[in-house]
Ligand binder design. Structure first.
Ligand code: NDP
Length: 679
C-alpha cells in the first residue's frame, strides 16, 4: 500500500511524532495483510492537550465566526480534490466505493454545511448573543441576555472504526466554528485512513497550528489530563462509553461528555403498505440498503424490522430475494455490492451476537458461518453473509437487546400501533427510526409514541422518497444521537452542535453595557442622531446610529385610499358600524401595512446612496391600534452590522419603533438592508 508509513505517526504538539515502540499491526479487512502498525507509546498526551489549549485555542478565538466558516469551506474544497485517494484507502477497511463515498463525501459535506451555517447564521464576531433580550425590571434599565463564548479547552474525539473520515469531520466542524481546537483519537482498526485525512489537512496549511491534532494508538492517560474547559465526544460501544463517562477526571471536572453508542434502530412498515404499493417497495429497499451499506456497520442501521403480522411472509420473501442479488467480496471488484467487515475480530463479534439472536429467531436468509465471495479469500478477509432473522414472538428479549454490528436484521410482526410503540421502547433508546407509510394518522401515532426514545425519525412514502436522504444518514442540520442505550448525547443539529462547545452565560446589565458586550444595539442603549444613517456606508456606520422621523398624521382618507388601492377592504378599515362593534378596535383603524409603509416613507433617504436594497422585515408586531387622527413617529436604529466576506456590501439590521403621539409603540420590527461597504 502506498502512502502509508509502517508505524503511523501522530500529529501532536506542532509536529508529526513517532511512537517509542513498533506498535501492533493493523490488518487489511479484505486480504488480512498488514496495512500499518499503530502505537501511541511515548507520546506526551498531556502536552498535546496543553498545546491545543495554549496555541490552537487562542488562534481560533481571534477569528470571527465568518472567518472560521471561510476556512472550513476552503478545507472542504481541498479535501474534495483529494477524495479519490481517500476512497482508494477506504478499500482496505472493507468498504466498497459506495461505502467510501458515504464516509468521505459525507464528511466533506458536513464541513461545507457548517461553513455555510457559520457565515449565514452567526455574526461576524467572536462572541454570539443567544436568544432575545429579556427585560428584568419595569424601567428598562436592567436587562438580561444569554451569551455564548468558546470554551478554553480542547474537544477530544474518541471515534469508532466504522466512519474514519465522517466521524472526525462531523465532530471537528462544529468545534471549529465554535472556536475550540480538536484532538482526534481514531479507532485503531481504521486509523490509517484518519491519519491520511489529517495529513491532508496539515498539508493544506489552512488551519492555525494547534487547531487539529491526531493521536494514533491507544488513548493511554489522555483522559487523566482533562480540565473543566475540555470536552469529550465519544462514538463506539455502550460499554466503553459507560467506562469513559465514569473516568475520575471526567467526573471530578464535570467534563462535557457526549456519547453516541450502538443502538437497536427500528424501521416499521405501515398496515397500508401492502405488496404492490410504492411504500412496500420502499420498505424492502431501505431494509436491504441498511443491511448491506458498509456491511451493516452503521450505528444507524436497521436492526429491528417491524411489519404488520399479516404482511410478514411477503416482506420476508421480498427482502430475501433482494439480498440474494447482492454479491459479497473484494470491494475493488466492480460486481461487488457488499464488502467485508472491518476485521476478523469484528466478524467473530457478529457471529457471537448472532448466536444470541438465534435463540429468539430463525435465520430466513444467509448463513452466519459461510459466504461465497467474489475475488477474495472468504477466510482471510472479514466477510460475512447478510443475515435476515425472523422472530415470530416480538416479546422475546434478544432482538431488543443484542446488536450484531454487521449485515444483520431481525424481522418481527406487530398487531396494533400500541404494540408497535411498546416494542419501539424496548430498544431502550435509539439513534434513528423510520416508518414507511402513506397513512399520516398512523405516522403521527408512531412518531409521537416513539419520539421520546429516538434522536431522529424518518417517515418515508411516495411523496418524499425522491428527495429522502434515507433511514441511515445523519444530516448536519439535524440531531445525531439518541437517549438511553444510544448514549444520551447529541451531535450536529446545526448551531446546537456549535453551542455545545461554548459556555452559555446569562449576562445581566444596563442596555448600554449589554450593547457593548454583545456588539448589538438593544433598546435603551444610547443612540447617535446626526447625519442620516442611510447616507453612511458600512465603513462609517456604527451600531446605535439612528434617525427619528415624523410626526405624520394618519387620516381617514389615507385609510380609505390604502383599502381601495390595495384591495384590502377588511371591515375594520372600511365599515364604521362593523368596526365599532369590533371588541378590540371600537372603530375604524389603519391597516398594519399602511403603518409600516408610512414609517418607511418617513425614515427613507430617497437619493441614491450606500443603501442598496431592503431585503425584508423580521419580528413585526402591531402593538397598538392606529386610528384616524393619530400621528406617527418612527425611530430607526442600526442594531447589527455584518459585512459580507468577499462582497463589497454587507447586511444591516435596523431596529424600527413606530410610536403614536402618546409615545406608545404601535409597531416594532427589524428592517433588513444591504449596504455598500464604501461610497
Ligand atoms: P469501542 O467502544 O471498543 O471503541 C471505540 C473507541 O474507543 C475506539 O477509538 C477505541 O480505541 C476507544 N477506546 C476503547 N477503550 C478505550 C479506553 N479505555 N479509553 C479511551 N478510549 C478507548 O468500540 P469498537 O470500535 O471496538 O466497536 C465495538 C462495538 O461498538 C461494535 O461491535 C459495535 O457494536 C459498537 N459500535 C458502535 C458504533 C456507533 O457508531 N454507535 C460505531 C462502531 C462500533 P481503540 O480502537 O484504539 O481501542
Amino acid at each position: 500500500m502506498t502512502g502509508v508509513p509502517t508505524v503511523l505517526p501522530s500529529y501532536v504538539s506542532g509536529g508529526w511524532r513517532r511512537p517509542s515502540d513498533d506498535g501492533t499491526p493493523v490488518r487489511d479487512a479484505v486480504t488480512g495483510h498488514d496495512v500499518a502498525r499503530i502505537s501511541a507509546s511515548g507520546l506526551d498526551l498531556g502536552a498535546a492537550l496543553e498545546h491545543g489549549r495554549r496555541t490552537g485555542g487562542p488562534a481560533l478565538r481571534e477569528l470571527t465566526f465568518h472567518q472560521r466558516g471561510a476556512l472550513l469551506k476552503a478545507l472542504a474544497s481541498h479535501l474534495r480534490e483529494h477524495r479519490d485517494e481517500l476512497y482508494a484507502l477506504s478499500a482496505h477497511t472493507g468498504a466498497t466505493r459506495g461505502d467510501a463515498k458515504f464516509d468521505v463525501d459525507g464528511g466533506i459535506g458536513t464541513l461545507f454545511a457548517y461553513s455555510s451555517l457559520a457565515r449565514r447564521e452567526l455574526p461576524d464576531d467572536t462572541v454570539c448573543a443567544d436568544g432575545p433580550v429579556l427585560p428584568l425590571g419595569k424601567g428598562g434599565t436592567f436587562l438580561g441576555r444569554h451569551l455564548l463564548t468558546p470554551l478554553h479547552g480542547v474537544a477530544v474525539q474518541i471515534n469508532a472504526f466504522n466512519f474514519p473520515v465522517w466521524g472526525p469531520l462531523e465532530k471537528f466542524a462544529p468545534a471549529f466554528v465554535a472556536g475550540v481546537p480538536t484532538l482526534v483519537k481514531p479507532a485503531s482498526q481504521t486509523a490509517y485512513l484518519t491519519h491520511r485525512l489529517v495529513e491532508l489537512i496539515v498539508e493544506s496549511g489552512l488551519l492555525p497550528e494547534g487547531a487539529l491534532q491526531l493521536v494514533c494508538g491507544g488513548a493511554g492517560d489522555l483522559l487523566d489530563h482533562l480540565t473543566p474547559q475540555d470536552l469529550v465526544s465519544f462514538t463506539g460501544s455502550a460499554d466503553t462509553a459507560r467506562r469513559l463517562r465514569a473516568h475520575p477526571t471526567v467526573v471530578r471536572h464535570s467534563v462535557r461528555f457526549n456519547a453516541e453508542a450502538d443502538s437497536l434502530n427500528l424501521s416499521a412498515l405501515g398496515p397500508d403498505a401492502t405488496p404492490g404499493t410504492v411504500e412496500f417497495d420502499l420498505y424492502v429497499d431501505s431494509l436491504v440498503t441498511e443491511m448491506t451499506v458498509k456491511a451493516g456497520q452503521k450505528c444507524t442501521a436497521i436492526r429491528r424490522a417491524f411489519v404488520p403480522a399479516e404482511l410478514i411472509d411477503d416482506v420476508e420473501q421480498a427482502v430475501a430475494e433482494r439480498l440474494a442479488a447482492v454479491p459479497v467480496g473484494n470491494p475493488a471488484h466492480p460486481d461487488v455490492r457488499m464488502g467485508a467487515l472491518a476485521s476478523l475480530e469484528q466478524r467473530e463479534e457478529v457471529r457471537r451476537s448472532l448466536k444470541a439472536l438465534r435463540d429468539a429467531g430463525r435465520v430466513v436468509f444467509g448463513d452466519p458461518d459461510h459466504v461465497d465471495v467474489v475475488d477474495a479469500d472468504p477466510e482471510r478477509g472479514a466477510f460475512c453473509s447478510p443475515v435476515l432473522l425472523r422472530a415470530d414472538d416480538p416479546d422475546r428479549a434478544e432482538p431488543h437487546e443484542v446488536e450484531a454490528f454487521g449485515p444483520v436484521s431481525t424481522l418481527m410482526p406487530y398487531r396494533s400501533v400500541e404494540q408497535l410503540v411498546d416494542l419501539a421502547a424496548r430498544g431502550q433508546g435509539s439513534l434513528a427510526g423510520s416508518v414507511v407509510t402513506a397513512d399520516a394518522d398512523f405516522a403521527r401515532a408512531v412518531v409521537l409514541g416513539a419520539a421520546p426514545w429516538h434522536g431522529r425519525l424518518l417517515v418515508l412514502n411516495a411523496d418524499d422518497a425522491g428527495e429522502s436522504t434515507g433511514h441511515g444518514s445523519p444530516l448536519p442540520h439535524l440531531v445525531h444521537g439518541g437517549p438511553g442505550r444510544a448514549g444520551g448525547g447529541q451531535e450536529l443539529a446545526g448551531l446546537h452542535g456549535v453551542a455545545h462547545h461554548m459556555q452559555r452565560t446569562s449576562v445581566q446589565a444596563s442596555p448600554a453595557v449589554l450593547s457593548a458586550v454583545t456588539g448589538e444595539w438593544v433598546a435603551g442603549a444610547p443612540r447617535r442622531e446626526g447625519e442620516h444613517p442611510f447616507r453612511k456606508p458600512l465603513s462609517r456606520l456604527r451600531v446605535g446610529d439612528a434617525v427619528v422621523a415624523g410626526p405624520r398624521t394618519v387620516t381617514s382618507e389615507d385609510i380609505a385610499h390604502f383599502a381601495e388601492f390595495t384591495g384590502d377592504t377588511f371591515y375594520a378599515h372600511t365599515d364604521e358600524q362593523a368596526a365599532a362593534e369590533n371588541p378590540l378596535f371600537g372603530g375604524i383603524v389603519a391597516h398594519g401595512y399602511l403603518v409600516v409603509s408610512l414609517a418607511a416613507g418617513l425614515f427613507v433617504s430617497p437619493e441614491p446612496g450606500p443603501v442598496l436594497a431592503n431585503y425584508g422585515l423580521e419580528n413585526l408586531r402591531f402593538l397598538t391600534p392606529v386610528k384616524p387622527g393619530d400621528s406617527l413617529t418612527v425611530t430607526l436604529t442600526a442594531k447589527r452590522i455584518t459585512p459580507r466576506t468577499g462582497a463589497d456590501y454587507g447586511e444591516v439590521r435596523w431596529d424600527a419603533d413606530v410610536t403614536n403621539a402618546e409615545g406608545e409603540s404601535v409597531a416594532k420590527y427589524d428592517v433588513l438592508t444591504l449596504v455598500a461597504k464604501e461610497g
